[in-house]
Write a protein that binds this ligand. Sequence first.
Ligand SMILES: [Zn+2]
Ligand SMILES: [Zn+2]
Length: 565
Amino acid sequence: MGSGARETNRLTNGEAENSLHKQVSPAPAALDNSLSDASNAVTDPDVPAKRARLQKELTFQDMYQNDGVFDEDDEDDSDWEPFQLPKCVEFEIKKWCCRNCTMTNLDCYDCCDICGEHRESKILSHGFFASPLAQDEDLIEVHGDVKGLKDVGSQESVANSSTAIGFDERMLLHAEVEKKSPPHPERPDRLQAIAASLARAGIFPGKCYSIPSREITPEELITVHSLEHIESVEVTTESLSSYFTPDTYANQHSALAARLAAGLCADLASAIVSGRAKNGFALVRPPGHHAGVRQAMGFCLHNNAAVAALAAQAAGAKRVLILDWDVHHGNGTQEIFEQNKSVLYISLHRHEGGKFYPGTGAAEEVGSMGAEGYCVNIPWSRGGVGDNDYNFAFQHVVLPIASEFNPDFTIVSAGFDAARGDPLGCCDITPSGYAHMTHMLNGLSGGKLLVILEGGYNLRSISSSATAVIKVLLGESPGCELENSFPSKAGLVTVLEVLKIQMKFWPSLGPIFVNLESQWRMYCFEKKRKQIKKRRRLLVPMWWRWGRKSSLFYFMNGHLHEKSK
Ligand SMILES: [Zn+2]
Ligand SMILES: [Zn+2]
């Protein structure tokens, strides 16, 4: 696990200092050190003799009774008979990687130490319906989860469906060639687990319409990326394995997968804008929101959301909203549109003063060159952010700005790495939280909504979250109200900070800021008053308090005494 944690922390999108790896690393690291010591011990030829000696000379009593034990020639132990090691020391340390969260576990445990998933979990065939304890005899395997998806568009039952899905199994070919332990978190299993969940839920195939896949053309890509970038992605087909950054890999199929992902997003966008589909979900990879004009980074090759936004505009949408709820800031998308008033980019992400990957996305980054206010960053100052803070930010920042902007088309850069259980994001959004956010966005742009998969690395979390989102796209209710709609103190401070900056550009935010700020001042005033009272209580001498109480007692008693007379 220790080496695994180091391995993943090396990833720049793994956010060495932020990820769960760090949270869980100390104990496993210690364990691993002891294990590596054990491994070293096995390889050290002197160890059997030393171990035998240690066993023999264990007590102080023995040492005192055997004065000659530690003589000058003690180092020369060539005359010692080799000691037969017990079998338990000789074994090779075996580990396994959790299918659900990729974490490395010791062979002696059957369930993942981090997420509890069984090592034989059938999550890739059953999706999140698979039991985490691998007892799924009653579930019939869904073989059509991936291979059958291409044909669902022709099915009679889905011919009139209004929700379109973009998927092509060739995107599963994009994978890191070098087999690592733990594996790269952005792995083909992600799509497979979501597809299996949708199949088992009867959503896809079943209720959704599948659009034919298409590779994006260089002419379309050049409107988003530089020629050098496009060529740098294409050239990866010539090598078995290559890297754009230490965490952004490519194999011979990556360029094709990236072209398919972008092509599917473009076609979904134009299908929705033109009314051929009501809304859609792009089940695509590699993800895109870190890919900027000139660079691939953070597991992203082509910026799928940017391609979709421009395709939507080509199909007639004048104003496009991109809402990015991936736990990381979409620095690529921001860069592409920061001078563009026709595309409003709103991102909610962990920022922590720039310490969280990729470091951009401060509230002060508002756009430039006349497009100030068309970039809205809601930067959380800590991890663990949950439904309550996201809901609060939606109600007080996202929806007011989006309503004022009045988009014709809405794109969600839907990373599910802020979901509860994600090993990189370490936040706490539930599937219900994602469903509610989708429901809120559905009220904009006449419901013309395209959800594009970005990050998300816990298969169970991304599958259940994506399914909850698609159910809302299909018209289902997001369910009961969220349990806790009050923001955390840190969440409220972030929202106030964003409102203060953005109210210069969005007049509807003014009254919201004034109202929230007065509530915040009241809270601070009350808190300070309580603190002062507490401090005073501590400062008052004990004898005075007791004296005061005893005078009261005598006064009361005296009064009663007089009354009885
Ligand atoms: Zn796990
Ligand atoms: Zn992410």
